[in-house]
Write a protein that binds this ligand. Structure first.
Ligand code: AMP
Ligand code: ZN
Length: 310
């Protein structure tokens, strides 16, 4: 198997793109794909402050590496969810990565700031840990980015994640989600930071190969509360289609994005500012403030830094 670009020995075959590539050309291929995604979907504007949400897993560490190599001035944000053992190991992987690169990393620990991690809060409030975790993650990441004056929050969602989410939204015909599921979620309110998914056109297998070839030491473990089987079954369904018809996955997602305009967007409808914290919610008080009040009896001690810098 020879590299289509240079003729040297290939290390990977990409059936979806009808090519085999050597190590060097594969790494450039991934960088180009991310750069094209940023350009096509207008994810970032020049010189803006970007924070990458890093879980310690392969996707977010690869994303940080790629954005850095592409010359974006990125900083990392890691949320320590306080899940026994799992969160410590995730945090260690993140810290080791940032020390090695001498890159700026911001840490936020639920244990240190709220007094408990996801499992403890969830059991006290009798909620599922996964739904609570999703809620805390979305809220804290947006609020952190906003308070520190970042204008973009980038996450490591890859093509398999986006394809699986799309398949889930299609099988349930969730029109509202279909209107919004995109590589870019713009900031449609002053307290929202735009969300970008620069790996949306890079498959999970490609991200994995990228990490191996770059020797990125990522945290491999699955969360012990791992999300239900639905996203896994949707990924498996897409992998089966991909096996029989290479390119299905990327076509499914990219063709959807081309026609997305047919789904009416009601993103901002029914949203209001939380009476306690001022961030967007569908209720009078947001769920995060409700969780805090039940659990701790006080609001979150975070403040926007002067002039949005910090
Ligand atoms: P997941 O839903 O676990 O697949 O995560 C999707 C993306 O969210 C990851 O690629 C990260 O960018 C971000 N993320 C997940 N967990 C964390 C965390 N604990 N701290 C910071 N970012 C996270
Ligand atoms: Zn609130």
């Amino acid at each position: 198997m020879k590299c289509k670009k240079c003729g040297n020995k290939a290390v990977i075959r990409l059936r979806a793109h009808h090519i085999s590539l050597c190590c060097e050309d594969f790494l450039s291929f991934v960088l180009n794909r991310v750069q094209q995604t940023i350009k096509r979907y207008k994810l970032f504007v020049p010189k803006e402050r970007i924070v990458v949400a890093v879980s310690g897993g392969k996707d977010s560490l690869a994303l940080f590496d790629i954005l850095q190599r592409l010359g974006y001035p990125v900083e990392g944000f890691h949320l320590d969810l306080g899940i026994d053992g799992f969160s410590q190991r995730a945090r260690e992987a993140v810290e080791a990565f940032f020390v090695e690169r001498e890159a700026p990393l911001h840490l936020y620990s639920l244990n240190e700031n709220i007094g408990a991690g996801v499992p403890k809060i969830a059991s006290q409030l009798r909620r599922s840990p996964c739904s609570l975790c999703g809620l805390m993650r979305r809220y804290i990441m947006n609020r952190f980015a906003w308070e520190k004056g970042f204008s973009a929050l980038a996450t490591g969602h890859n093509l398999d994640d986006e394809g699986a989410a799309l398949l889930g939204n299609v099988t349930r015909w969730q029109i509202g989600y279909l209107a919004r599921q995109a590589p870019l979620l713009p900031a449609f309110h002053p307290r929202l930071v735009k969300k970008a998914k620069p790996l949306a056109l890079v498959s999970e297998r490609e991200v994995l190969a990228y990490c191996i070839l770059r020797a990125i030491a990522y945290h491999e473990e699955q969360c012990p509360h791992a999300k239900g089987a639905t996203s896994r079954s949707h990924k498996e369904a897409l992998n089966l289609l991909e096996y029989y018809s290479p390119g299905s996955k990327i076509r499914f997602y990219q063709e959807f994005l081309k026609h997305q305009g047919i789904f009416p967007d009601s993103a901002s409808q029914g949203l209001q500012e939380c009476a306690v914290c001022g961030f967007l919610t569908t209720r009078e008080r947001c769920q995060f403030c409700e969780v805090l009040e039940h659990y701790k009896g006080s609001p979150l001690p975070m403040r926007r830094s002067e002039a949005g810098k910090g």
